[in-house]
Each structure stands twice: as structure tokens, then as C-alpha cells.
Design a protein around this ligand. Structure first.
Ligand code: NAD
Length: 488
């Protein structure tokens, strides 16, 4: 059966072409979905515009908006196993990971519900004999939310929750490969009592549905997570329309192992930082700098741990790495490895597709470590978005910093050192929106997240993240009987 989509609060067949999604572990069919068309975008945006302006939403007290988010969080928590399974089938991540993403989505909904309840809508006032001022925050209107395939439910909730908390309406365009979690979120918000039109979910091609949405005159903000090229294109559209954007883009994050690092801790951290999600993470620690004096010792342990990773069916317990999202992506990862070899890189482990037994049915790629290149090589400068780690040996701190910061990206960085003062000093000099010291890929919803340089614009999360979806207004209240100096 062709799955319906959620347009302006109604479940209907989209008017775009029917698209199939597949389980990357074995290529079996997940679902057939009638995607949205440009007319569906028009309808969804018009419904969103009516819905956010409607007095029943505009006049709703913040705690009443929050109640919907709390209910959605409860419904997500209740359905955690089912939603995790759905996401695993969508993008092939192991169940333990997708479970974490589902719970993180519930946590995000709760957090922004609380932020909404406690947000001071009126800012402190100033008063003179003639007037007093008040500042208020108001919604922006219709928000276009556009998301990638690697962590769907979590990245989608990071946009929907603050946008609704701020009194807006959202039209969500999920990634072509992973629309199922977004459609499940639509069901959840419907059941949580969100008024019709405030959320639409429109699967379909970026160049058709995403483009029609971003360029629509009634869309007042584009909130995008995805590749830097697409982000740059959307920033041009936003500049033309003079509307704000939040852009969460790609990365090529450096991780540094100092000579005083706890080698065991660091090796385990580095392995997790690059190979979890099969490297399909914007924050993957994909460039590794190791001090020359500990290089051999560290690399022995790193290779041992990497060779011990369990790559396998993502529904099986204990699997560390599942398949890559699809054939085209696997080919692009394999091409990067070939490029590295052609540039003189030495593949220390992995470097190829895995086809043993049932792995032949899916798109599995071995965890790969490459050495012998410089930071200027293409695998150090471009985002691979796969299980490929490039290792560089360094001698001194100045050279290290210059190389670590020599990247168009600036999303995250990792530091492994037992010398906290040095770790702090280096951390402050790294050009990255997130720095982890003696840990990696840990998240707190209260810590703002976003990129330096071409890794993005704006920040998501954090208590004030809701203000990214609002605009401030100053109101002057006249207190005197003489409205202007001429009236005296
Ligand atoms: P992508 O840029 O190809 O696609 C992202 C979304 O944009 C999809 O929904 C796609 O359909 C849509 N899109 C594509 N062209 C469009 C257009 N012309 N107009 C409007 N929408 C369009 O990215 P992807 O391959 O899905 O995801 C991988 C990328 O996402 C990586 O670069 C990764 O680093 C990045 N990412 C960043 C973060 C972050 O928080 N910084 C998080 C996850 C992923």
C-alpha cells in the first residue's frame, strides 16, 4: 500500500511520484510513499500560514503550547522500541543507536516545552516621565525545516520543538531516504492535540519539494541540516528573500592525542568518535593528529580496537557498525579511499566493501584507517561521511594547531590529554563550535550546537534556542498628556 503523507493536518496521497525506501541492511522494501508535489507545498504552506495566525494558536499561553510538546514527548517515549526499529530500517543504524536518537527526540520536546513555559515573553521595561518601553518576542510565521537522513527523528525534533514553542507553524521536508520517522512524528503531534496545519510533513526530492518550500514567499525562516553545498544554496535563497536561516552543515573534525593522553581511554574514544554510525555523522572525528612520541603505541591499540569492531546486521544486538545508507554513498566512500591511495596514502586496515555471508545483501564498508598523507590531501579536506579515519603524526603544538584549523569546516574537535590546562588552552584555539576534552560525541540539550566557518550558521538547542524562531518587538507606552514637543 502506498503510504499517505501529512499535508495541512490531513493524511493524503501526495501528488508527486511514488518513491520506495529500502532497508540498507538487505535491500528489502521499507515503504512506498507518494511524495509531495509543488501544489502540495503550496497547500501545506497556506495551511501553516492560516494556522499560526489563527487566534486559537496566537493567543494560546506558552504553557498551553508546552502541554502539546510534553504530550508528544510522552507518546514518543511510549513508542520508543517501534520508532527505533522504524529508523533502523530507514537508515541502517544499529538499534541501540536509534533508540538513543528516539529518546533524545523526546528529551528535546520536553526541554523546549519547559523553555517555552519559562520564557519571559515581555522583556524588562524602562520608564521615563513620558513613556515606558516593553520588549516582546513574537513568532516568525511559517518555518521550512529541511533535514538529512543520518539522525532523522533527533534532527527533526530539534527544529519542530523550538519552532512550535515559539508559536510558529512548521512544514518539514525530510530526506528522501528516511521519511518514515518524520511521518511518525506527524502522527504523534496529531495525537498530542496539535491544531491542524501547524505541522505538515512533505517527503520528496530536495530539488522539487525542498526548493518549492524554501522559495515560497510565505516561508519566514529556513532551518536546514545537511550538506554544506545545499546549505550554501539555501542561504542564497534566504538572502534574496531577506529571511533568517539556521544552517547545520558538514564537518571534518580534528581529534588530537597528546603525548600525555591516557592511551587506552583515547584509543577507545577515537574509535567511537569516527566509527559509530559507520562514520555517517557530521561530527565524526575523521582527522586524527597523534604526537610522534606516542604514535606507535597509540596506533597499535587503535588498530587492535578497530579490527575488533563488529560490523553486521543493525537489528542484531552487540553490533557496532551497520551498513551505509545506500549503494551510491558506498561508492562515494570507496572512491575517497581510492583517491587516498593514489595520493600515496597507506591503508592500515579496512578500505573495502564487506561481502562475507549476509553482508553481501547490504551496503557494508569496513572501518578504515589511512596514514601517510598530509593535511592538504583531499581525504583530509573533504567530508567523506563514512567509516574512514585519516591519521597524521605531529611534532609540535604550533604546527598542530595550524593544521587542525586548516579546514573550511569548523564543526567539532576532540582533545585527549591528562593536562587539563593545556587541553583548555588548545580547545580555546581550535576553530570549532563544539570541543570535547577526554570524551567525544556526548551531548547535552542545554548546550548550544552549531558550526564555525562552512559548518554552519546559528545555533540549535540551549534554553534560548527558541529565540532563533522568534523576533523581538519594542513597544513604547506613552505616559504624558503631550504626545510630542510641538503639542506644549
Ligand atoms: P543533503 O544536503 O544532500 O540533503 C539534506 C536535505 O536537503 C535533504 O532533505 C534533501 O532532500 C534536501 N535538499 C537537497 N537539495 C535541496 C534543494 N535544492 N533545496 C532544498 N532542499 C534540498 O545532505 P544529506 O546527504 O542528506 O546529509 C548529509 C550531510 O548532512 C553531511 O554533510 C552532514 O555533515 C550533514 N549533517 C550536518 C549536521 C549538523 O548538525 N551540522 C547533522 C547531520 C548531518
Amino acid at each position: 500500500m502506498v503510504k499517505p503523507i501529512f499535508i495541512g493536518g490531513e493524511w493524503r496521497q501526495g501528488r508527486g511520484p511514488v518513491r520506495a525506501t529500502y532497508f540498507p541492511a538487505d535491500g528489502s522494501l521499507n515503504a512506498e510513499i507518494a511524495t509531495a508535489s509543488a501544489e502540495d507545498v503550496e497547500e501545506a504552506v497556506q495551511a501553516a500560514e492560516r494556522a499560526w495566525r489563527a487566534p486559537e494558536w496566537r493567543n494560546r499561553m506558552p504553557h498551553e503550547r508546552a502541554a502539546i510538546l510534553y504530550r508528544a514527548a510522552d507518546l514518543i517515549t511510549r513508542r520508543v522500541d517501534e520508532l527505533a526499529a522504524l529508523q533502523t530500517r530507514d537508515n541502517g543504524k544499529p538499534l541501540a543507536e536509534t533508540r538513543g536518537l528516539v529518546l533524545s527526540a523526546a528529551g528535546t520536546a520536553r526541554y523546549f516545552a519547559a523553555a517555552c513555559e519559562t520564557l519571559d515573553e515581555a522583556l524588562p521595561s524602562q520608564r521615563s516621565a513620558e513613556f515606558m518601553t516593553l520588549g516582546v518576542h513574537e513568532p516568525l510565521g511559517v518555518i521550512a525545516a529541511i533535514t538529512p537522513w543520518n539522525s532523522p527523528i533527533a534532527s527533526e525534533m530539534q527544529k519542530i520543538a523550538p519552532a512550535l514553542a515559539g508559536g510558529n507553524a512548521v512544514v518539514l521536508k525530510p530526506a528522501d531516504a528516511t521519511p518514515l520517522a518524520a511521518l511518525a512524528l506527524a502522527e504523534i503531534f496529531e495525537e498530542a492535540g496539535l491544531p491542524k496545519g501547524l505541522l505538515s510533513v512533505l517527503p520528496g526530492r530536495g530539488s522539487v519539494v525542498g526548493e518549492a518550500l524554501a522559495t515560497h514567499p510565505l516561508v519566514r525562516k529556513i532551518s536546514f541540516t545537511g550538506g554544506t553545498g545545499t546549505g550554501r544554496h539555501l542561504a542564497h535563497i534566504a538572502a534574496e528573500k531577506l529571511i533568517p536561516t539556521s544552517l547545520e552543515l558538514g564537518g571534518k573534525s580534528p581529534t588530537i592525542v597528546f603525548e600525555d593522553a591516557d592511551i587506552e581511554l583515547a584509543a577507545k574514544g577515537v574509535v567511537y568518535g569516527i566509527f559509530s554510525s559507520s562514520g555517517q555523522a557530521c561530527i565524526a572525528g575523521s582527522r586524527l593528529f597523534v604526537h610522534a612520541s606516542v604514535y606507535d603505541r597509540f596506533m597499535d591499540r587503535l588498530l587492535q580496537l578497530t579490527r575488533g569492531l563488529r560490523v553486521g546486521h543493525p537489528e542484531q544486538p552487540g553490533v557496532h557498525m551497520g551498513p551505509l545508507i545506500n549503494e551510491a554513498h558506498l561508492e562515494s566512500v570507496a572512491a575517497f579511499v581510492e583517491q587516498a591511495k593514489a595520493q600515496g596514502g597507506e591503508v592500515l586496515c579496512g578500505g573495502e566493501r564487506l561481502t562475507d555471508g549476509d553482508l553481501a545483501l547490504g551496503t557494508y564498508f569496513a572501518p578504515t584507517i589511512i596514514a601517510g598523507l598530509t593535511n592538504g590531501s583531499s581525504v583530509c579536506q573533504e567530508e567523506i561521511f563514512g567509516p574512514v579515519l585519516v591519521v597524521l603524526k605531529y611534532e609540535d603544538e604550533a604546527g598542530l594547531l595550524a593544521q587542525a584549523n586548516d579546514s573550511v569546516f569548523g564543526l567539532a574537535a576532540g582533545i585527549w590529554s591528562e593536562n587539563f590546562r593545556r587541553a583548555w588552552r588548545i580547545g580555546r584555539q581550535l576553530e570549532a563550535g563544539t570541543v570535547w576534552i577526554n570524551t567525544y560525541k556526548k551531548f547535552s540539550i542545554s548546550a548550544p550546537f552549531g558550526g564555525f566557518k562552512e559548518s554552519g550558521l546559528g545555533r540549535e538547542k540551549g534554553r534560548l534556542g527558541v529565540l532563533e524562531y522568534m523576533q523581538q518587538k519594542s513597544v513604547y507606552l506613552g505616559l504624558s498628556d503631550t504626545p510630542n514637543p510641538w503639542a506644549e
